[in-house]
Design a protein around this ligand. Structure first.
Ligand code: GLC
Length: 455
């Protein structure tokens, strides 16, 4: 039986009774708040002025040689998974729906992901053409997917119905698949009143900070080599910037501790320290010139939330491909999020989108992986370029009438499409003009390879 079919069969056999229990509890927990409301709260977070302080501990920045694998990788898979998958109202459910911490904690008794199979997730990421995976070890609700003695009130998967560490098998599976592994960790925890009023509640604030330091140390010490630490929510009370809260978390010392266990780990900017790369969040179109710092576009395939919501809606593969192209021509990577259901099953439409992206990358990956942006600045909505060795790859998003003019200097040996077919072109003042193919603007992107002549 194929993997998908066996998953479908096992899902069908899942006890109805448990689901009824889950649904009843979800109803009890969730006062009627529209999904638009959930989006609003999430949006606030997405729009927060993010990023750490560049003046803080610049010596922590990884040298270029240690960032090279990350810049070559281009595409990663993000996973938002936790107790919030059970009510299925997004990962902001606890806060957005005003669920008291004691009520929310009851979800742990229902968290028994029977179909959690990180090897299958890693296989899917491989099929999608991803080179790394990042999973939420702990989100803002405070529930940890790992064995965490530092967790306040033992709010971890060991003390849930799952009764085991779910991060360890994830790390093993991702490594086994030959992908790089990243962990997401949110220092903020809505269970602590001091998160909202740190100066007024110093004792509670101390506990919150202690938990963050303790848990991050656990993650960095207990799971072998970790390639990426993906911080989120370094701010306080959902206010201001991540850098504004660096005094509280002591982001410089915190990241030094991280590097003492993981000397080459790539760190994102959301702890208050600037990090090794920048982040652009959400599926909005990518525009503008090539960015100087490496950066990552992150968005959820599930348009309703980062966490699981019922309804199985997903972004189209074409939309994801356009974001990948527009990121790589501007020095960026893409981290596309999938949202497993409470049982650990990835919704079928997300799977389909990822498989289609993978099929595209198998044909066009030469123009993506291991390239660098340029030599030409992108023109929004029209084209951008990547380069590697003697090749310049032109990613054409829309063919202008009469062909594509490129201000490309130097001698050209050939121009071909990705199937290897020659494409006709002419020199013109200041560059070249490439003739449009017979049926332009059909695929989301046409990629051409310009081979420059050797000197
Ligand atoms: C935002 C959201 C959070 C999500 C993150 C992913 O910060 O608050 O829920 O995990 O984006 O980038």
């Amino acid at each position: 039986m194929s993997r998908e079919r066996s998953v479908t069969a096992r899902r069908a056999a899942a006890p109805l009774v448990r689901w009824l229990g889950v649904a009843a509890l979800a109803l009890l927990l969730a006062p009627m708040v529209s999904s638009a409301q959930i989006l609003t709260d999430e949006q606030r977070s997405a729009n927060k002025v993010s990023g750490g302080d560049p003046a803080l501990a610049p010596d922590l920045l990884l040298p270029d040689k240690d960032m090279a694998w990350w810049r070559d990788a281009k595409f990663g898979i993000f996973i938002h998974w936790g107790l919030y998958a059970i009510p299925g109202r997004g990962e902001w459910h606890m806060f957005a729906d005003h669920v008291p911490a004691e009520e929310y904690a009851k979800l742990a008794a229902l968290f028994r992901p029977r179909h959690y199979d990180p090897d299958q997730w890693a296989a899917l990421a491989g099929d999608a053409g991803a080179r790394y995976m990042v999973m939420t070890a702990r989100h803002h609700d405070g529930f940890s997917l790992f064995d965490s003695p530092s967790s306040y009130g033992h709010f971890d998967s060991m003390h849930s119905a799952a009764g085991r560490d779910l991060i360890a098998p994830f790390v093993t599976a991702v490594r086994r698949k030959g992908l790089r592994v990243g962990l997401y960790y949110s220092p903020l925890d809505w269970r602590f009143p001091a998160y909202f009023r740190p100066k007024e509640l110093p004792d509670n604030a101390r506990l919150l900070k202690q938990q963050t330091w303790g848990q991050v140390e656990e993650l960095m010490r207990n799971y072998g080599k970790i390639d990426i630490l993906w911080w989120d929510g370094g701010w306080l009370a959902h206010q201001g910037t991540d850098a504004d809260a660096a005094w509280f978390w002591e982001s410089d010392r915190l990241n030094r501790m991280v590097r003492s266990y993981q000397p080459k780990i790539v760190i994102n900017p959301r702890s208050g320290w600037q990090g090794d790369f920048d982040i652009a969040e959400g599926p909005a179109p990518i525009t503008g010139p090539i960015r100087a710092r490496p950066w990552e576009k992150t968005f959820s395939l599930n348009p309703a939330a980062w966490g699981f919501t019922p309804g199985d809606n997903a972004m189209s593969a074409d939309d994801v491909i356009v974001l990948i192209v527009n990121a790589v021509v501007r020095n960026g990577n893409v981290l596309a999020n999938m949202s497993p259901d409470p049982d650990g099953v990835i919704p079928p439409k997300q799977v389909a989108t990822l498989r289609a992206v993978g099929a595209w990358l198998r044909q066009n990956g030469r123009a993506v992986y291991g390239t660098r942006p340029g030599p030409l600045q992108p023109v929004d909505g029209v084209y951008g370029t990547t380069q590697k060795g003697r090749s310049v790859f032109v990613h054409v998003l829309r063919w202008p009438e009469g062909g594509l003019s490129l201000p490309l200097e130097g001698r050209i040996a050939s121009i071909r499409d990705m199937s290897g077919a020659r494409v006709s072109w002419q020199p013109q003042p200041g560059g070249i003009r490439i003739s449009a193919p017979a049926h332009p603007n059909q695929a989301p992107v046409t990629i051409l390879e310009i081979r420059r002549a050797g000197s």
